[in-house]
Design a protein around this ligand. Structure first.
Ligand code: PRT
Ligand code: ZN
Length: 216
């Protein structure tokens, strides 16, 4: 008999760089659910789980508030959100780094070069913490997208953005000078999960571990 209290509510990115590997992980764990039907919520037919399909930015808050019990999100988004949840598993996909970059022609000698300068980013918290630790006072321009064009339009002296291959920086005439944060997909868990749901989570993590061991 399926005990309703043990059903785990899982928040996944609806569509984007985390989706394919997140959906793939459950598939490899043998957990079936319908995706791609446009539905925002669905149940598994063979595991006590319900899935919510969301924007990645909303996942940390949903997990903190208990609207979802667990979620898969980029560590960069989780840390920037400042939401509270436990990191239950590091999944190893969607790897990237958050880096500071400057126009290619600029002579760069170190992070002190940013004293009194400005940096455009969508990650003001992570960048602010980094600059503070380095003792650098720089202005942070928070912008939500197309960060890489900021120097060329005179908005900022540098940028701080997600880098994977580096080709976006390159094509915008920028060079990476400081990698300030390394990220991968993580599985986060609500801090007050019930005992029943914890048992379901343990079953899930057991399968995830088995899948990952088989892959390595
Ligand atoms: O719509 P929604 O809000 O859910 O998604 P999103 O558009 O905010 O995020 P999405 O799907 O782009 O990324 C989700 C997560 O994937 C990020 O939070 C990171 O944890 C991770 N990730 C891994 C990346 C990249 N690689 C990446 N390359 N996120 C973004 N990028 C961007 C980067 O900002 C750059 O502009 O891709 C561009 C190309 O990168 P290069 O260096 O390969 O050229
Ligand atoms: Zn997003």
């Amino acid at each position: 008999m399926l005990n309703k209290d043990s059903i785990l509510r899982i928040a996944l990115q609806k569509s984007g760089r985390l989706s394919e590997d997140s959906f793939g992980l459950f598939k490899e764990c043998g957990i079936k659910f319908e995706s791609g039907t446009g539905k925002l919520k669905t149940s598994s037919s063979n595991f006590p789980a319900e899935f919510l399909f969301l924007r990645d930015d909303d996942i940390p808050g949903y997990v903190e508030d208990g609207v979802a019990d667990i979620g898969i999100v980029g560590e960069n988004v989780f840390v920037e959100s400042n939401r509270k949840a436990d990191i239950s598993y590091r999944l190893g996909f969607s790897k990237c780094r958050l880096s500071i970059a400057v126009p290619r022609g600029v002579d760069y000698n170190g992070v002190d070069d940013f004293q009194g300068k400005s940096i455009a980013t969508s990650y003001p918290r992570i960048l602010g913490d980094f600059l503070k630790k380095q003792g650098v006072k720089a202005e942070i321009h928070e912008i939500s997208g197309s960060v890489e064009i900021a120097p060329s339009i005179g908005l900022a002296d540098g940028v701080c953005d997600i880098v994977s291959s580096g080709s976006t920086l390159l094509s915008n005439g920028l060079k990476e000078v400081e990698a300030i944060f390394r990220s991968e997909a993580i599985l986060i868990t609500n801090k007050k999960l019930s005992k029943e749901k914890h048992e379901t989570l343990n079953k899930l993590l057991f399968r995830v571990r088995a899948v990952q061991t088989a892959q390595n």
